[in-house]
Design a protein around this ligand. Structure first.
Ligand code: SF4
Ligand code: FES
Length: 255
């Protein structure tokens, strides 16, 4: 058995419901939520699409750790302390102070985003932040014959950042996003660095983006606590991108 303690929310109230379900081998938290929805409470709302850590829609807090429900095994999560009552956000594998283990899993919506209902958050504000840095290549009018060939080393550097699936787990873990809703967010700044690195981008657009993130809502707002790196399910390192952007900005100002 496993006990799922799930935060519920509608327009007028917030509460927790606990469901005890039969754990099956290899069961993920997403599958456990389906079990609840199909057999115990059809009103439970959560978001998913791919069930395979690709779409980024099932991000939620599991034992106070932002992670993908489809990627998180019930067997592992139920051995952790739920950290119930803690206002802190943790990273997976980090032991709670008491070091206790139990049979319960605490499931809550991602922080730093408005809750629409139960575990569904409004992603619009997050997507708007990402869009604000114009995360696309400014296409030259003439396309080179034979396409744009890229140096394999550069492709490797960029690839680390292109793996982002916009799940907002980093945003949910970020202490700066928690206190400042104008902060561009780790994912946005990681994407800004990805676009900056891309040799296909034109210099004017690269400079415009660099000027845009040169602010307290941008790279200078980051506390460098690396939580976003620790929770990212796709191993994107937003803090490294932020530090690299800071270096670029400083270098430009020196010249
Ligand atoms: S950087 Fe990682 S945690 Fe953040 S949105 Fe992208 S995939 Fe999710
Ligand atoms: S359902 Fe797509 S990432 Fe989890």
């Amino acid at each position: 058995m496993v006990y799922l303690k799930i935060k519920r929310q509608d327009e007028s109230r917030e509460w927790y419901d606990t469901f005890d379900i039969e754990q099956t081998p290899g069961m993920t938290v997403l599958e456990a939520l389906f079990y609840v929805q199909e057999h115990m409470d059809g009103s439970l709302c959560f978001r998913y699409a791919c069930r395979g850590a690709v779409c980024g829609s099932c991000g939620m807090l599991i034992n106070r750790v932002p992670r993908l429900a489809c990627r998180t095994q019930v067997g592992i999560a139920k051995k952790e302390n739920t950290r119930e009552g803690s206002g802190d956000i943790f990273v997976a594998g980090q032991k709670s102070e008491s070091g206790e283990e139990n049979e319960e899993i605490l499931i809550e919506p991602l922080p730093n985003l408005k809750v629409i209902r139960d575990l569904i958050v409004d992603m619009d504000s997050f997507y708007n932040l990402v869009d604000s840095i114009k995360p696309w290549i400014s296409s030259p009018e003439e396309h080179p014959e034979g396409g744009n060939l890229m140096d394999p080393d550069m492709r490797g550097k960029i690839e680390k950042y292109t793996n982002c699936i916009l799940c907002a787990c980093c945003h949910g873990s970020c202490p700066v996003a928690a206190r400042d809703d104008t902060y561009l967010s780790p994912a946005t700044l990681a994407k800004a660095w990805r676009m900056h690195l891309d040799p296909r981008e034109d210099d004017a657009s690269r400079q415009e983006r660099l000027d845009f993130v040169d602010s307290e809502s941008g790279v200078w707002g980051c506390d460098l606590v690396y939580k976003c790196v620790a929770v990212c399910p796709k191993k994107v390192p937003p803090t490294l991108g932020i530090k690299a952007l800071r270096e670029q900005i400083e270098k430009k100002k020196e010249n």
